[in-house]
Every structure is written in structure tokens, then in C-alpha cells.
Write a protein that binds this ligand. Structure first.
Ligand code: SGN
Ligand code: CA
Length: 546
């Protein structure tokens, strides 16, 4: 009797488990990861911008959670994406610099999701120099991609040019895929945005959207980089590095109006193998079509761009005869106006995705994440671009909505690193996290569950040097109150900032006697992170620097 009872209870339990399994499978949510490019957290109203509104990013935050202290481990595009895919630091996934080839055969979480019954897709910018694996569907931009009438490479390896503006096209492709996906499975999809990468080409409907706003110069705009050698050594100022023509579209050759210098460059290229040849105008124009961001504009787009940038902005520039500080201020204003106008389409398209989820009923069982691949300077320290361990590039936006699970209006202030993104997604998808992953799921923090101890330091290591932007390679840690960094190539120096007293990171207090105790403590913590993450290059440099 007892035995029979035992057997039947096992049978009952297994039936129950199978049922829970089925229920679990059905309940596993869809996950959409919208990953923008270079969209600064301080460019969103969710993170406090008072001059522009990002209602759709804000909506995700209001209906879900916002990470107040989310940092990247290496503040450039490709490395951030490689870390997203692997949950590992750059030195472990091998993708330390842009323009490399990511080894797609290493373990990435989308493959694990596939194995666990998810359908997966990557649409838009990937920027890993290789075609992805682990995706049932992809339609990606080659390299950085372009804003107008761009090429996409699909999962049959066909490169096809599409007419339209890149941010709109990416959403269209995403909706097309959603329509034809296998609805019996949950899905995971990355919507990889091109916006808001340099050279910030807005959608036509957004040209001039912020022309009536005077953006104030950030407090640190005229930073003199005192006691910060690497900050002094960079090549990313609005003053010197930002280009009037290519970045700010002053007499940019829109509509094929190529200036003499550019014409000569094209001729030099076309005659590189036969110096006596005489390229025709149509050959030169073809090159313009390939090389210029405006080379692919159709007639209508070209007219709109010409009316705005040539007839209005370039004219204004010519009339003003600006020099010195006035010129730098004008460049800053133009930069922000184009940057925010480009971001307007990004936010609008996030709205399209949220509306789509509402209208199809998918919203209630779909997690929506919005994050940027890294932070970006909007004039702070006089800069654009990213790369440094300093706040504007280290920190990045991350908002997430998970209906019925994450309480609306949740704020998480724990220190999160982008190595934590992959394990969190696996956790949401009820998929075991492999031991090799270096990050940790922060899902319990989103659900406001007790997690016991949590990381007190985030680890950082940046490599790309000298081009572009001449930022000295460095590694370091960011704690709640301090940043300690070691620059080791180009410039060799330590930097230490007390974030409570000096949130703008202007005063390097490394080596000051009164901070000796905290300096030593931070060095110990840095060494611990180097060892924990097994970063041999940093270990060598750390020991050399002692
Ligand atoms: C290009 C840009 C740089 C930018 C890198 C990396 N120059 O080289 O300003 O830092 O991409 O950006 S551009 O003149 O070609 O626009 S990243 O986001 O891909 O890391
Ligand atoms: Ca980027």
C-alpha cells in the first residue's frame, strides 16, 4: 500500500512538474532589448534633462524601473555589444577595440535562449565585424551603418539597400519579423539603433526641431584639465576636433555640391592606379554616393537637407563671421541641436514599439529594456564622444518594464555593470546562467528582493589608442563615492576623484597626503577586481605602477 502510495505520489508530482513546466514555458516573457548608440543618459528626461523630452523612454521607466547607477566596462560601441552578448569583460571575450572581428563561436546568451526554446532576432546596428550566430533572424547594418537609404545584411547574407530613414526602417523590420515569427515560442529581440551616433543626421521631420532652444553650456565646458594629463591629451573637443563640415554640416556638399578640396581628394583616389586618367563628373558623383553621408539622399531628402543646412545653417554661419569663444559656443549649439533632433526619432520609434505591443496585446507578457551602448559627452569638459572612466561616458541609461513583476516607478541605486546585463536577461528568461559569465543577475534588485551582498565596485578597462580621439588606455574602479584610474599608454598617471566633494571630477586628488588611507584602500579594491576578472594586462600595468 505504502509503495503504491509512494509511486502514485511520484507520478502525481511528475505530472504536476510537467504542468508547471508547461505553465512556466508559456509564462516565460518575450524580451525586447532596444540598444541605442551613443545616446547619453543626460540626454533623456527620464535622467533629468530639462530641455528635451523623451516621453517614451520615460514611459518605460515610469511603468517599470530605472537604474540610477548603471556603468559600462569599456566605453565604446563594439566592446559594449560584445559584453552584452557574453556577460564578460573585454579581455575575456577578446573584443577590446572597435573594428575587430568578434569571435562568434564563443558562448553567448542568445544561443542559450535558443536552446531553451526562445526565438531570437537582432535588427539594426551590431558593429562586431562578423555576422551573428544565435539568432533565428537578423537584418543588420554593415559596420556603423548610415542614416539615409542604408544597406542591411540579412540572415541569407544578402546586402540590400532600403529607402528611408534608418531609425524608422529598423522599427519596420522589427514589426515585420514579429508578424511572421513562430507565435508558439517566446522571443528575444535586440533592436540595435544607429541613433544617436556621429554625424547626427536627423529625420527630415525633425530638422530644426530644437532651433528655438538655447542650450546652456555645461558647468565644465571650459575645463582646463588641471592635473589630469589624459584629459588634456585627448582629441575630442568641440573646439578643436568637431568638424564644421562633416559634423555640423556647414557647406557639407549636400546634393553633390562638392567643394574643391573634396573634389581633389576624389580625383586623387580615382587616379591612384593611373595618374594620367581624367575622371568624369559622373565618376566623381558615384564616389560621392559611396563616401558622403549625403551621397545617398534622394531628390526630396536632398532638397530638405539643402534647404535646412545649406540655405539656413550655412548661411547663418557665413553671416556671423564667428571666431574664438563665440565660434566654439556656436559649434556646441549646433551639435546639441542636431544630436537632440536625431534622438527625437529614436524616442518616437520607441513609442511605436510600445504602441505596437499595446495594440497586439503583447505588452503584458513582454519585457522592454531600453539602454545605450555607453554614455556620451554633450559638452561636459568641452567634449563630445566617450571612452573615459569619467561619469558621462561610464554611466549609461537603462530602463526596463516587466508588467506584473517590476513595480512601476522602481529605482535601483546599486552599482550595476554591463557584464550584468546578459545574466539578468537569462534570469528573466528562466534560463540557467553559466558559471563563466562574469556578471550577476540584477533581476532580484528590480523586484526589490533581498540579495544579501551586492557589488560595491564596478571594474573598467579601456584600450583603443591612439585613434580615434587619442584617449590614453586605462583601467580603474568606480565605487559609490570614488573613482580610481590608472592610465598606462600615451600618458602614464593615476587619477583619484572624490565624487561626493567633486561630482564633476575636476580635482585629481591622487597623491595628496590627506587621502593616503582611502587611496590605499581603493588600490586594494582595484587589485581585487583585476584578479577577480582575471585581467592579466591590467595586473602587469598595476604592478609596474606601484
Ligand atoms: C567613428 C567616429 C568616432 C567614434 C567612433 C566609435 N568618427 O570613428 O567619433 O568615436 O566611430 O564610435 S566618424 O567621423 O566616423 O563619425 S562607436 O560608437 O562605434 O564606438
Ligand atoms: Ca556607441
Amino acid at each position: 500500500m505504502r509503495r503504491l502510495y509512494f509511486l502514485s505520489s511520484v507520478a502525481l508530482l511528475s505530472l504536476l512538474f510537467r504542468n508547471t513546466d508547461v505553465i512556466g514555458q508559456q509564462q516565460r516573457p518575450n524580451i525586447i532589448f532596444i540598444l541605442s548608440d551613443d545616446h547619453a543618459y543626460q540626454a533623456t528626461s527620464a535622467y533629468g534633462n530639462k530641455y528635451v523630452q523623451t516621453p517614451n523612454i520615460d514611459r518605460i521607466a515610469h511603468e517599470g524601473a530605472l537604474l540610477l547607477n548603471n556603468f559600462v566596462a569599456n566605453s565604446i560601441c563594439g566592446p559594449s555589444r560584445a559584453t552584452l552578448l557574453t556577460g564578460k569583460y573585454s579581455h575575456k571575450n577578446g573584443y577590446t577595440l572597435n573594428e575587430r572581428t568578434f569571435d562568434v563561436h564563443q558562448e553567448t546568451f542568445p544561443v542559450l535562449l535558443q536552446q531553451n526554446g526562445y526565438q531570437t532576432a537582432w535588427i539594426g546596428k551590431l558593429h562586431l565585424g562578423s555576422l551573428p550566430i544565435g539568432f533565428d533572424y537578423f537584418n543588420i547594418l554593415p559596420g556603423q551603418g548610415i542614416y539615409y537609404n542604408p544597406d542591411f545584411i540579412n540572415n541569407h547574407n544578402d546586402t540590400i539597400q532600403y529607402k528611408g530613414y534608418v531609425t524608422n526602417l529598423i522599427s519596420d523590420f522589427f514589426f515585420n519579423w514579429l508578424e511572421q515569427r513562430d507565435t508558439s515560442k517566446p522571443f528575444f529581440a535586440v533592436v540595435g539603433e544607429k541613433a544617436t551616433h556621429r554625424e547626427w543626421l536627423p529625420d527630415i521631420q525633425d530638422l530644426g526641431a530644437y532651433d528655438n532652444i538655447d542650450f546652456p553650456l555645461p558647468e565644465t565646458f571650459y575645463d582646463n584639465y588641471d592635473r589630469r594629463l589624459a584629459a588634456k591629451d585627448q582629441d575630442m573637443t568641440i573646439d578643436k576636433t568637431m568638424r564644421l563640415k562633416e559634423d555640423l554640416k556647414v557647406h557639407a556638399g549636400i546634393g553633390g555640391a562638392i567643394d574643391e578640396k573634396t573634389r581633389q581628394q576624389y580625383i586623387k583616389y580615382l587616379t591612384r592606379n593611373s595618374p594620367d586618367a581624367h575622371p568624369t563628373d559622373s565618376q566623381i558623383l558615384r564616389l560621392y554616393g559611396r563616401w558622403s553621408p549625403y551621397g545617398r539622399l534622394d531628390e526630396e531628402q536632398s532638397k530638405a537637407y539643402n534647404d535646412y543646412y545649406e540655405k539656413k545653417i550655412s548661411k547663418e554661419f557665413d553671416e556671423k563671421h564667428l571666431t574664438g569663444k563665440e565660434l566654439v559656443k556656436w559649434k556646441f549649439e549646433r551639435y546639441l541641436k542636431d544630436y537632440y533632433a536625431t534622438a527625437k526619432s529614436l524616442d518616437r520609434n520607441i513609442g511605436r514599439i510600445l504602441d505596437y505591443l499595446d495594440s497586439t496585446g503583447l505588452a503584458k507578457n513582454t519585457v522592454v529594456i531600453y539602454a545605450s551602448d555607453q554614455g556620451f559627452y554633450l559638452g561636459e569638459h568641452g567634449w563630445f564622444d566617450k571612452r573615459f572612466i569619467y561619469d558621462e561616458s561610464l554611466r549609461t541609461a537603462f530602463v526596463v518594464r516587466y508588467p506584473g513583476h517590476i513595480k512601476p516607478g522602481t529605482r535601483v541605486d546599486n552599482l550595476i555593470s554591463n557584464v550584468d546585463w546578459a545574466p539578468t536577461i537569462l534570469d528573466i528568461a528562466h534560463t540557467p546562467v553559466p558559471a563563466e559569465i562574469q556578471g550577476r543577475s540584477f533581476l532580484p534588485l528590480l523586484l526589490k528582493k533581498d540579495v544579501g551582498d551586492w557589488r560595491k565596485d564596478v571594474y573598467y578597462h579601456y584600450y583603443e589608442y591612439p585613434e580615434p580621439h587619442h584617449v590614453s588606455p586605462h583601467f580603474g574602479i568606480r565605487t559609490k563615492d570614488y573613482v580610481l584610474a590608472r592610465f598606462y599608454k600615451g600618458v602614464e598617471s593615476w587619477e583619484l576623484f572624490d565624487l561626493k566633494k567633486d561630482p564633476n571630477e575636476l580635482h585629481n586628488i591622487y597623491g595628496d597626503k590627506q587621502h593616503a588611507v582611502i587611496e590605499q584602500d581603493l588600490k586594494d579594491r582595484l587589485k581585487k577586481q583585476i584578479l577577480l576578472s582575471d585581467d592579466q594586462e591590467a595586473l602587469k600595468e598595476f604592478e609596474k605602477a606601484l
